[in-house]
Design a protein around this ligand. Structure first.
Ligand code: FAD
Length: 489
């Protein structure tokens, strides 16, 4: 690595998740910049593997979790659900698809038509690299509308957005092709290198300080560039918050979504799964008026665990194209917006996660819905006799209500009851709730139309800075970033 010290690039992209790699891809298409460095703290695509299936438990991979870090970021082990453009993105619940609080940035700066074109272009790139051509949720419109009408009666929105389902194994194939393409076409991809700090001169971003990921005490080095794009994802949200504080990068108080991963029988979810693959239910709960939604639904899927900095373990879910379970899992998330004087949603979410992890010896807790109603913890023998078999076998049976706040829990239980009136069996007492399911968006980094922060030549895209919340929008933000860099010149 010594020869690269002090090297100067046109552009450095920090983080090789979907936003970072689509930025690199589009920079290649635009052919304006000659030297582009993509730095990733995790492993290269062909080295990434999660040992959980072999070991039957999370081994807390060091230095970084293979599910969230490495080339293609959280995309590699994701379910690979690529949302397509749909007019409902601009209706109820739009911010969930255009990206948390940050979605409003995109809508402020770009027209609906521009966003549509951007998403369609990004979709074409995915297709070029082998994405599933079939779109879920476009057939049987009558039945979908009937289901939506039934949901409406229960004050639930059922948002239908067509999507392509890659599945975890196909996602990995696709992103491997992207890595090969980028490297063959001149992007310098540097994996296993962590960026520690942003280097500034006269208040302008000029470079990054790094260290080899696998050697904390190893020699530190710097790279310089005219423009620096931060694409660090939720994994890097904590680091980004520290950078914002240190360098006085402007942020707005963001939100944190706290909830559970819910697992129930495929047979209960059959209609929603068949018609939509992913049904996005959204409601305002009656007691608190909080927004609760389902997210990341995985028919015949598997619940998974992912490890974050500070050893926090969070629950998630995914599904394969070929390997199937008999359960559907989905997140039920409650948006938490805090008001003055509290401005640390990330810290709040971390505290909740820590409490749940402590109750589960550092891992994931699981509880039956019926046990929550009965006011008792779930024991291993309860799970052994339960009709719904947990697909995350390492989850510890216990009592999540010790750690999740009353308000959040009330929201979740009210929401489950409402959905049950539309999807019979949704409130089956044998259904399983796993925690902690938390989406950290950090505080939203304030950017302008070019995605430039208040620090000149420093840009922020993707999930990390709160601009987006999913594969498609993160990737599209990367494409738009590249075009902005070209047009700014
Ligand atoms: C299990 C799972 C299933 C999912 N399923 C879906 C789905 O089906 N559909 C969907 O739309 N979304 C899904 N998601 C979410 C999706 O993966 C993310 O929205 C998307 O990956 C965000 O892209 P990103 O580029 O913003 O960030 P990430 O993908 O998080 O990438 C950021 C990268 O930056 C690197 N990085 C961070 N800090 C540093 C640093 N200091 N130095 C160097 N590198 C750094 C990280 O290692 C990481 O590789 C899923 C996520 C998970 C974990």
């Amino acid at each position: 690595m010594a020869h690269k010290q002090m090297q100067k690039y046109d552009i450095i992209i920090v983080g090789a998740g979907p936003s970072g790699i689509f930025c690199a891809y589009e920079l290649l298409q635009q052919k304006k910049f000659k030297s582009i460095l993509l730095i990733e703290q995790g492993k290269s695509m062909h080295e990434r593997a999660c040992p959980i299936e072999r070991a039957k438990k999370c081994l807390h991979c060091k230095p970084y979790c293979n599910i969230t870090c490495g080339f293609s970021g959280a995309g590699a082990f994701s379910d690979g659900k690529l949302l397509s453009y749909h007019k409902s993105m601009f209706n109820a619940g739009e911010e969930m698809y255009l990206g948390g609080n940050g979605g409003s940035y995109i809508k402020n700066f770009y027209s609906n038509q521009e966003i549509k074109d951007l998403l369609e272009y990004t979709d074409e790139v995915y297709l070029k690299f082998g994405a599933e051509p079939h779109l879920e949720g476009v057939e049987n419109r009558d039945q979908i509308e009937q289901l939506q009408a039934k949901a409406k009666k229960e004050k639930l929105d059922l948002v239908d957005i067509p999507l392509r389902h890659l599945g975890t194994e196909k996602s990995q194939e696709l992103y491997t092709k992207v890595q090969t393409y980028l490297e063959k076409n001149g992007i310098e991809v540097l994996c296993n290198v962590s960026v520690d700090n942003i280097v500034k001169e006269n208040g302008v971003a000029v470079g990054v300080d790094c260290h080899p990921s696998f050697d904390l005490c190893g020699k530190k080095f710097k790279f310089y560039a005219d423009k620096i794009v931060l694409a660090v994802g939720r994994k890097g949200a904590d680091w980004l918050s520290k950078m914002c504080e240190k360098h006085k990068i402007k942020t707005e108080v963001g939100s944190v979504d706290i909830g559970v991963r819910y697992e129930l029988s495929d047979s209960v979810m059959q209609k929603v799964n068949t018609l939509l693959y992913e049904g996005k239910f959204i409601a305002r709960t009656s007691t608190y008026g909080d927004k609760v939604r389902t997210f990341c639904q995985n028919p015949s899927g598997f619940v998974s665990a992912e490890v974050y900095e500070n050893n926090l373990t969070l629950v998630n879910g995914h599904s394969y194209k070929d390997k199937k379970s008999e359960n559907t899992n989905l997140a039920i998330l409650v948006s938490h917006h805090f008001t003055n004087p509290f401005d640390k949603p990330l810290e709040y979410g971390k505290n909740v996660a820590e409490n749940v992890n402590q109750l589960a010896s550092g891992g994931i807790l699981v509880q039956r819905l019926g046990d929550i109603y009965r006011g008792k913890r779930t024991w291993q023998q309860d799970l052994d006799n339960n009709k719904i078999r947990p697909t995350l076998s390492s989850a510890i049976p216990g009592d999540i209500t010790y750690a999740i706040g009353y308000r959040t829990m009330t929201d979740i239980l009210e929401f489950i009851k409402s959905v049950d009136k539309v999807v019979e069996g949704f409130a089956n007492p044998e259904n399983l709730l796993y925690a902690p399911e938390i989406k950290f968006y950090s505080n939203t980094v304030v950017v302008d139309k070019n995605f430039e922060t208040n620090i000149k030549n420093l840009y922020s895209i993707g999930d990390g800075g709160g601009l987006t919340t999913g594969l498609m929008m993160a990737s599209a933000s990367g494409v738009q970033m590249a075009r902005n860099l070209v047009n700014q010149e």
